[in-house]
Design a protein around this ligand. Structure first.
Ligand SMILES: [Zn+2]
Length: 403
């Protein structure tokens, strides 16, 4: 009597774990950094294996090495309805190699993992914004070089792409007007094909009326989630929402990886102009974050464990920033369903454990559901619907057989 039930269970379980044969050759490698050529090959293979979900497009070519700045769109066109757009970029700084691995992991997880992001969002991922700088630094292990490789007037080399965006470009205080500086901003705003390509994509997305969430991956600062304003060094008008979401993501990262991520406005970078973060925010992308992983591997760390750990941390951060956005955010503001803030004009929510400019510090708020909704958060994006359907089906089959 039980045998058919177990047989069905075995078949159903096996079926659930079946993956496309191509998948096996597209496993993400986490034991070393990807070179540009390996990344390009990986993206081509993955987009061939998942033609219905991945579109690979060259946004620009670099001036010096003529390498491609790729955009990977990951989406499910079979599902209609308004969708959010998640814009993720990596390796805008040449020496931040791990960020490319994180971006590749994001692509891989989106098409193979147990999440339902593609039902409600399209992802636009630039896994290597600065391929010339990346390729220059990777073999030399020169971990200081952040710029691209463009020759400047006067013989100096390179533009820091994250000083080249058209927002307070000419007002910076970190020697970015000096062509020898690692922060050199370039000859004019968006002078570089790499930064221009990213800026144009931001404009395109904002014009599409999609709600956009921007996440830029970096490594120069210790594990942190930053949000605007970089230049002003002070909170923006939706700071409480940005802080809420960053706090939510940092809690999730810690729960999953035991790594601590701080969050806030990057006041240490106050006076820095031309950043992609401020540019995105100025365009109207009010949910904009820099996710910082800390320095690249030190000599006493094994490369494979470093890459594997950082990739998991990075995906956890990206996942939960995006997931948190789906929970509550609308029009750049965290929406909430509690009664602690009944003023319609006051759309801010205090991040858990902190006071915001609009937080009345009322003790009554401590129990308010403005805090991250743990129950929703733990289930959103995971495989709960599938498990539910599977369990129901199994019960029905068992019931039918046993009767
Ligand atoms: Zn950086």
């Amino acid at each position: 009597m039980w045998r058919p039930v177990f047989l069905i269970l075995a078949v159903a379980t096996a079926h659930a774990s079946i993956q496309p044969s191509e998948l096996m050759s597209n496993e993400l490698k986490l034991d070393k950094y990807y070179t540009y050529a390996e990344m390009e090959s990986y993206l081509r293979n993955l987009s061939n294996a998942f033609r219905d979900k991945i579109t690979l497009e060259e946004l620009a070519k670099t001036d010096v090495d003529h390498l491609s700045v790729y955009k990977v769109k990951v989406s499910n066109n079979q599902i209609d309805g308004p969708k959010k757009a998640i814009l993720l970029d990596a390796a805008i700084h040449g020496n931040e190699w791990i960020t490319t691995t994180v971006a590749l992991k994001a692509i891989y997880e989106l098409v193979t993992g147990k999440n339902n992001f593609l039902e409600k969002s399209d992802w636009y991922i630039l896994p290597m914004v600065n391929p010339d700088g990346y390729e220059y630094t990777l073999p030399k292990k020169n971990d200081k070089w952040m710029k691209n490789r463009k020759p400047n007037e006067g013989g100096e080399i390179g533009v820091n792409l994250n000083r080249n965006f058209d927002f307070n470009w000419d007002k910076t205080k970190d020697r970015s007007n000096m062509s020898w500086s690692e922060n050199y901003r370039g000859s004019k705003p968006l002078s570089e094909p790499e930064s221009l390509a990213l800026a144009n994509l931001m404009k395109e997305l904002t014009k599409s009326n999609k709600e956009v969430i921007y996440i830029s991956l970096h490594t120069e600062h210790q594990s942190s989630i930053f949000y605007p304003s970089v230049f002003e060094g002070k909170p923006t008008k939706n700071n409480a929402s940005l802080a809420w979401l960053a706090q939510y993501a940092s809690e999730k990262i810690f729960n999953e990886t035991r790594s601590k991520y701080t969050h806030g406005v990057p006041v240490t970078y106050k006076g820095t102009g031309g950043t992609s973060l401020d540019y995105a925010y100025d365009l109207g992308i009010s949910m904009a974050f820099d996710l910082e992983f800390g320095q690249e591997k030190s000599d006493d760390q094994s490369l494979d464990s470093f890459i594997s750990n950082r990739a998991n941390e990075g995906w956890s951060g990206v996942y939960h920033l995006a997931e948190g956005a789906f929970l509550k955010i609308k029009n750049g503001i965290i929406e909430h369903d509690c009664d602690c803030n009944e003023d319609e004009d006051d759309a801010y929510i205090a991040p858990p454990g902190s006071n915001s400019p609009t937080d009345d510090s009322d003790d009554d708020n401590d129990d308010c559901s403005c805090k991250p909704d743990k129950k929703k958060a733990s289930s959103a994006g995971e495989n709960v619907p599938f498990i539910g359907i599977f369990s129901t089906l199994l019960l029905y089959v068992s019931y039918t057989i046993l009767n």
